[in-house]
Design a protein around this ligand. Structure first.
Ligand SMILES: C=C(O[C@@H]1C=C(C(=O)O)C=C[C@H]1O)C(=O)O
Length: 87
């Protein structure tokens, strides 16, 4: 496969990633609103560790990169949650 074809392929993957990212952030917003309504702490370290363990164990040779990616995803999700609740 040549460079152009591979880049077309990566563009398609990026579109999927972006759609999933937007979907994840939309859900995170709903979770934040529910937590405020029920007076629950926004940050849940146990849940975050569970996600990181699962991601690492499922991504084999990319595990260290997947971990970094999901730490960033959760940081962005918490940053947005704080914005949503006006903190
Ligand atoms: C979305 C939540 O809120 C926070 C953000 C998380 C995430 O982005 O996956 C996970 C745990 C919480 O620290 C949640 O509690 O599920």
């Amino acid at each position: 496969m040549n460079l152009e074809e591979l880049r077309r392929e990566i563009n398609l993957v990026d579109e999927e990633i972006l759609k999933c990212f937007i979907k994840r952030m939309d859900i995170s917003e709903k979770i934040a609103l529910g937590k405020i309504e029920n007076n629950i702490e926004l940050v849940n370290k146990t849940r975050e560790e569970e996600i990181l363990n699962k991601v690492e164990s499922e991504s084999k040779k990319y595990s260290k990169y997947s971990r970094k990616l999901f730490i960033t995803l959760m940081d962005l999700s918490k940053e947005f949650q704080r914005e949503v609740i006006g903190d």
